[in-house]
Design a protein. Structure first.
Length: 259
């Protein structure tokens, strides 16, 4: 299928590794030009070189923290009129809400709710004016299946999807769609960090937890980031203009409900 996005400008926040990188690769394979934002310069530049060499598209690196005003400013300066935007950044570590301060919550909201909303505010009217826009937020299955150890994610990400649910219905008439991808367990650095955060003295080892999580999934495995990226690329395509405000699980069937 031709996704019809060759030559489109895509701004991918949090895309030098993991799920974001896979999304960047998928769009480059469709001929979109990329601007990729991440904090760690050498990893980012390596990813940009790799994608350029493999696909021949233009790939602009932006070193910055997308949860800050300075990072957002740098992203928009490098790609002022994106047709496609991915919102993505780190998730929080596991913990007990009894120990979270107000500042812990503000950091979580900046990363998982207020930051993405600000990026949407900075880009959506341009997309509406140009008559094409695809905004996709990588969220988490935690908004449908609360993860007991991840209260910051359950809370902050639900704020983003609640907000998007209303806005997405106001932009779709202009061919600007906003959707959320809800990953289950994927084989990535964030998954490894998450498991390290679950280790307890005298408890299961990293390898045991890693295996148990795979075994508990109906697919009996972790997702491959390319599987999420294929879905992402379709949602960015010219064919997906009637899909908006959706929370799309990609989780190997771990969500246990019918609807
Ligand atoms: N993997 C899973 O199983 C899973 C499941 C559910 C939800 N999620 C969520 O999905 C998101 C992506 O996960 P992942 O597995 O792809 O993570 P990852 O492998 O750690 O990759 C995260 C990417 O985002 C960049 N990044 C992180 N924070 C950033 C910031 N503040 N500003 C700019 N760039 C930033 C990282 O580069 P730098 O570190 O260099 O900035 C990296 O390129 C996370 O929010 C995670 O919680 C993941």
């Amino acid at each position: 299928m031709d996704l019809g996005i060759a030559g489109r400008k895509a701004l991918l926040n949090g895309a030098s590794r993991g799920l974001g990188k896979a999304c960047a690769v998928a769009l480059a394979q469709e001929g979109a030009d990329l601007t990729i934002v991440a904090r760690t310069r050498d990893v980012l530049e390596r990813t940009c070189d790799e994608i350029r060499a493999a696909t021949g598209v233009t790939v602009v690196p932006v070193v910055g923290d997308i949860t800050t005003d300075a990072g957002r400013k740098a992203a928009i300066a490098a790609c002022p009129a994106p047709d496609i935007m991915l919102n993505n950044a780190d998730g929080p570590l596991p913990g007990d809400f009894r120990y979270w301060t107000r500042n812990d919550w503000i950091v979580a909201l900046d990363a998982m709710m207020l930051g993405p909303i600000e990026m949407i505010r900075l880009t959506v009217d341009g997309m509406i004016g140009r008559g094409f826009g695809r905004i996709i937020n990588i969220v988490s299955r935690s908004v449908k299946i609360p993860q007991l150890e991840l209260g910051l994610s359950n809370g902050a990400r639900s704020g983003l999807v609640g907000f998007v649910s209303g806005l997405a219905r106001q932009t779709v008439a202009h061919n600007v769609t906003i959707n959320n991808l809800l990953p289950g367990i994927f084989d990535s650095d964030a998954q490894r960090r998450h498991i390290k955060g679950m280790l307890k003295e005298g408890g299961k080892s990293f390898d045991e937890i890693w295996r148990d999580r795979a075994a508990a999934n109906p697919a009996m495995r972790y997702g491959n980031p390319a599987e999420l990226a294929a879905y992402f690329a379709f949602l960015c395509s010219i064919h997906a203009g009637f899909i908006t405000g959706q929370n799309l699980l990609i989780d190997g069937g771990s969500y246990p409900g019918t609807y």
